[in-house]
Design a protein around this ligand. Structure first.
Ligand SMILES: CCCCCCCCCCCC/C=C/CC(=O)SCCNC(=O)CCNC(=O)[C@H](O)C(C)(C)COP(=O)(O)OP(=O)(O)OC[C@H]1O[C@@H](n2cnc3c(N)ncnc32)[C@H](O)[C@@H]1OP(=O)(O)O
Length: 292
């Protein structure tokens, strides 16, 4: 925990977190605290469901990313929480990635806040000592895939869904901590191929390359995650949590040490005219598509 708090402080996010939870000690103690999330902790099983709830596509705006970091941090500190399941209440979409409407023509100060919120969201999920799992019941492109990559176990639904990091295809270079998380999960060879090509994967291929751990029918996705979670939280938390930190510490330290550099590089890229043009064209296509 101290490690997450240090990182969040380094990323300039902790000061935005509430000092203490102001909500009641009830079954759903977190439920009313967030605008874009439902957070329910079952004190009996000690498992929380953190449900992404920003219709129509769970695109990640700056406030939603802050909320995800806050909720994860709060659960991480809660002695009654041993596991967090991240899922979505939007049918067929886990998350559509970053909210492109906020990135388009963003002012520099706003972009900096946005990017720090993305760094914080990732590092809070990646660095928590509690078990984290993703129930991916639909599309998970780009930053949607990043949320899943930050967890300990991923189950995806069968179907015509895509998951992956398509930035190269959009003319945007990958950044170091996303690349590291992908390679840590899928290995160097798959990383070299998938990230250079900006490949998106259907569930069965995502399973083959190790991007997800299991693919099941959609209605079994959440129950399958819940089944695995039940097993994982039985492992003594102290030893498991320390082992997890041991494995992830280096990546956490790297992100903390190079967060400012990442921000500088991404600000330069993302606010550049060519990339802004790409985002503008992408948004126009999405609007045309949904009008059809
Ligand atoms: C282009 C800039 C990329 C920046 C890259 C930076 C790279 C740095 C390194 C990596 C760090 C992490 C960065 C990640 C980058 C991103 O996350 S960029 C976002 C990438 N996301 C996508 O490419 C997905 C776009 N969306 C879709 O492909 C589809 O919407 C879907 C497959 C998710 C769902 O399809 P469908 O069910 O048919 O729904 P739609 O009608 O398409 O969408 C419904 C509704 O949602 C709006 N919407 C969808 N995605 C976004 C989004 N990302 N941002 C904002 N809004 C989105 C869409 O416009 C529709 O709105 P209306 O109903 O028309 O109002």
């Amino acid at each position: 925990m101290a490690c997450i708090q240090k990182t969040l402080r380094g990323l300039g996010v902790l000061r935005q977190l509430p000092r203490e939870s102001t909500v009641n000690q009830t079954y759903c103690r977190y439920a009313s605290s967030y605008k874009y999330l439902q957070v329910d902790l079952d004190k009996k099983t000690k498992v929380a469901h953190l449900t992404l709830a920003r219709k129509p596509a769970n695109s990640l705006n700056c406030d939603m990313m802050k909320e995800i970091a806050m909720a994860t941090n709060e659960l991480d500190q809660d002695r009654d929480c041993k596991g967090i399941i991240i899922n979505s209440c939007v049918p067929n979409i886990f998350s559509a990635g970053l909210d492109l409407t906020e990135l388009y023509q963003a002012k520099e100060l706003f972009f900096q806040d946005f990017w720090r919120s993305l760094q914080a969201m990732f590092s809070t999920i990646y660095g928590t000592k509690v078990v984290t799992m993703a129930a991916i019941e639909g599309h998970a492109p780009a930053a949607g895939c990043i949320i899943a990559l930050a967890t300990d176990y991923r189950v995806m639904s069968e179907g015509k869904f895509n998951i992956g990091l398509n930035e190269s295809m959009l003319g945007i270079p990958m950044n170091f901590w996303v690349k590291d998380a992908f390679i840590a999960t899928c290995g160097q060879r798959e990383g070299e191929r998938a990230l250079q090509l900006g490949q998106m994967f259907i569930p069965s291929t995502a399973l083959q390359i190790g991007l997800v751990d299991e693919v099941v029918p959609q209605e079994l996705t959440l129950p399958t995650v819940q089944k695995h979670m039940k097993q994982w939280v039985k492992v003594p938390g102290g030893a498991r949590g320390l082992t997890k930190s041991l494995i992830r510490q280096q990546a956490m330290d790297n992100l903390k040490a190079k967060a400012d550099e990442d921000l500088l590089i991404m600000t330069r890229h993302m606010l550049s005219q060519p990339i802004q043009n790409t985002i503008g064209a992408y948004l126009e296509n999405m609007t045309k598509k949904s009008k059809r």
